[in-house]
Design a protein around this ligand. Sequence first.
Ligand code: TXA
Ligand code: MG
Length: 325
Amino acid sequence: MQPLKFKMQRLTSQIKRAIALLNNDDVIAIPTETVYGLAENVHSEKATSKIFKLKNRPSFNPLIVHIKLLAYLENVAIDIPDKAIKLAETFFPGALTLVLKKQTTIPDSVTAGKVTVAVRVPNHPVTISLLEQLNFPLAAPGANPFGSISPTSAEHVYTYFKDKLSLILDGGICQKGLESTIIGFQNNQPILYRHGSISVEEIESVIGKLKIITKNETTPDAPGMLSKHYAPITKTFLTSDVNELIKKHFGKKIGLLLFDQKITGATILCQEILSTTSNLEQAASNLYSALHRLDKLRLDVIIAERFPDAGLGKTINDKLERASK
Ligand code: TXA
Ligand code: MG
């Protein structure tokens, strides 16, 4: 264990390096409370195209702009609906992304040509400190190749990109472990584009009923909500009856992803229990790391248990559905 003083010195020098790289049109990895991101200066066309290349991301899929404070929202967006302001005041900094009409200063390359921009204020001390020392926002998609499981640790990012990244700022394990919740607006009416770390119930308690459009490859307002996403390489199934699927796959190398209890009596290579105390927040924060571990075991199948359909259980089911497509 390094003494805190040395850790802080190291971090300060890593942030200095990050600033130099970002000023030089480079891409680095940053920690956030949700997942790790690949970050770049929002105004650098060169770095934006590097991100799309690194991630192998389709060019129609826009990036999220990360700002340091709620007060900067107006530098990025215009005509902000009242309900968006209410949400920002409640959840910024935090795991909420708002899709708003963009300011002309936000390049089309970041928004994939759209007139809207996705924006959030991340809540991680390392990235807050970095943003405070920059005079531009950071465009940052998840630090994973397109379609694969999101990274919740610096090691996950390194496994994906190895030496293709000049720097990975290590901020430890992501506390929330699931992406931000994305809310957009049509005629001032709020729409959920992506389930995330803030539950639908929490959002609705602030602004009332949400329209939900999270499963669509064709709605121009919600690109990137592809039905297959967050996917392990191993064939994955989502089910309410784990025992039945175990029987069906008898003789195969099986890994289980379970909410709160082990399955007894079956010969299973690995069982990942996401929360022994049936806590959905804890389960959410463990989900991707458990999927990463299972995916490394060269199993024939991963069988995941369907979660209770409320609060973060909805988000977890949504991610598992996309993982099992
Ligand atoms: O938690 C998060 O949001 C993480 C961390 C790094 O902040 N970022 C993240 O970015 O999940 P990414 O690129 O993996 O997901 C961004 C999503 C995509 O589904 C994209 O289609 C959507 O945001 N998006 C971005 N701009 C949009 C826009 N103008 N309209 C609708 N959707 C948009
Ligand atoms: Mg992503």
